[in-house]
Design a protein. Structure first.
Length: 58
């Protein structure tokens, strides 16, 4: 099977890019998080979970 380019060039671009430290992830303030959850559950009447819509389609 023919290859697309030689293996000696593998990872060339990734090794050349400078390493950047990731910024720390911040979780929202608990009051805001609670308020947001309240809006989703009560006001918008959304169900919990990622795949809640799949049970409705049957």
């Amino acid at each position: 099977m023919p290859t697309h380019g030689s293996l000696s060039k593998a990872g060339k671009v990734r090794n050349q890019t400078p390493k950047i430290e990731p910024t720390p992830k911040k979780s929202p303030i608990p009051i805001r998080r609670s308020r947001r959850n309240f809006e989703k559950r009560i006001i918008l009447q959304r169900k919990a979970g990622q795949n809640w819509g799949s049970t409705r389609r049957r």
